[in-house]
Design a protein around this ligand. Structure first.
Ligand SMILES: [Zn+2]
Length: 419
């Protein structure tokens, strides 16, 4: 029997190297996600949170610095004892372009990797934007960013669209209020801008943002309801994951029934939540002079002796129907938190006790234990922050491959140009 030298064969060697490379990329992603979600974080905390050793974390942070995604600064003298640790902060140069089309306006924002909303422009409209109007505005905003060598670098576009959206195709399948049907919105934007684009339903986007940074932080079971000019949408987080259903259309609470003898809905059914709980009817109750529903925290200033009775009467009529919908949600999904966004947050703020008692009267007691019904924390920035998360996701998942420093944008643009 000959002597055997323990040695990896070339195939095995390659496999090990590639799995180590895979692990390194995954760790890079974990570190960047942590910095992005907290904006700035001591390096020691990254070590603690990831369970990686100190020198590995220092290398990974160094690599992210090289990619232009984070920077390190002098330690802050903390109150607590222990060695001060350098701070790691997300840079502002990589940005996401966030787009939120509605029936009455188009909002385009620019959000930096540290989650700062760098700019936000709302274009009021008399009628819903066409897909090509939307694309033109996006191009305008992106061109406006390219002002010098240090100008922000858009790494992605995220769209929070009303209606039934099929994220894998980047298509809006149907948005009755917008008059859109089978619109390949992500492709249109990618063709016009050369920037990778992700799209999701606006309420799903809101749910994602509130879960990560707002009223749903720390819970895995949350329902988000969004009330906008184009109706009511919903997003469900169950067991820590977005609940999309077979094709991603789950959460259309706006078209669930709350009144069997109610008004006819645009969808053809009768007594849908969004026909009974309506922004238009609430706005009308405030009287002339208001073009937008006030934010929840500004609502008391918008109530005057002349409109108080009409506003409160309409608010309670709508809250009673909202309570029916919440009862259905509580019984079907047993969430820990229900977050009310858009005008629904204002509606709740008008009489929170009324909503609470209407819901308690009709829901099963154990289902109500531990439930919180809260207004959105991110307010009017919610969909900008959420849409930006969609846009940042590929970069967060694989920073080395997707960093603007890595020439990714140029490569993406070239590949599209050459087809
Ligand atoms: Zn309906």
């Amino acid at each position: 029997m000959g002597k055997r030298v323990s040695r990896l064969d070339p195939m095995e060697h390659a496999a090990r190297a590639s799995s180590q490379e895979q692990i390194r990329r995954e760790n890079l992603s974990r570190v960047l996600r942590l910095v992005h979600s907290q904006r700035r974080v001591p390096r020691a905390e990254i070590t603690r949170e990831t369970g990686l050793n100190r020198s590995t974390v220092a290398d990974l942070v160094g690599e992210l610095v090289g990619l232009g995604l984070v920077f390190e600064s002098e330690p802050e003298r903390a109150n607590q004892a222990g060695r001060p640790s350098p701070m790691v902060t997300a840079t502002r140069r990589p940005v996401a372009v966030a787009i939120h089309p509605e029936t009455d306006a188009l909002t385009v924002g620019v959000v930096a990797l540290d989650r700062t909303l760098v700019q936000r422009t709302r274009y009021p409209l008399d009628s819903p934007p066409t897909p090509s109007e939307l694309t033109e505005r996006a191009v305008e905003v992106i061109e406006g960013l390219r002002i010098g060598s240090e100008s922000p670098l858009p790494v992605g576009i995220g769209v929070a669209a009303p209606g039934l959206v099929h994220p894998p195709d980047g298509a809006v399948r149907l948005s009755a209020h917008m008059g859109w049907e089978e619109v390949p919105l992500a492709s249109l934007l990618e063709e016009a801008t050369g920037i990778p684009t992700s799209i999701a339903n606006n309420a799903s986007v809101g749910a994602l943002a509130e879960r990560m940074f707002g009223a749903g932080r720390g819970t895995g079971d949350m329902v988000y309801l969004n009330g906008g000019p184009s109706g009511i949408g919903g997003g469900v987080i169950a067991n820590g994951r977005p609940l999309g259903g077979a094709d991603g259309y789950a959460g259309e609470f706006g078209h669930t029934a709350v009144n069997s003898v109610g008004r006819r809905c645009r969808c053809g059914a009768r007594g849908c939540l969004e026909t009974e709980v309506s922004r238009e009817l609430l706005l009308a109750a405030f009287g002339p002079g208001l073009s937008e529903i006030p934010e929840a925290e500004e609502v008391s200033a918008a109530i005057t002796p002349s409109n108080a009775e009409a506003v409160m009467e309409e608010a309670r009529r709508q809250l009673a129907f909202l309570a029916i919908s919440l009862r259905n949600i509580v019984h079907a999904l047993n969430p820990r938190v229900i977050v009310l966004g858009g005008f629904l947050g204002t509606l709740q703020a008008l009489d929170p006790a009324f909503l609470e008692s209407a819901l308690r009267e009709q829901a099963l007691r154990p289902s109500m234990e531990g439930l919180r019904v809260r207004g959105s924390e991110l307010g009017k920035d919610l969909l900008m922050i959420g849409a930006a998360e969609l846009a940042f996701e590929p970069l967060l998942a694989d920073p080395a491959a997707r960093s603007p420093q890595g020439g990714f944008l140029q490569a993406a643009a070239n590949s599209r140009r050459t087809g």
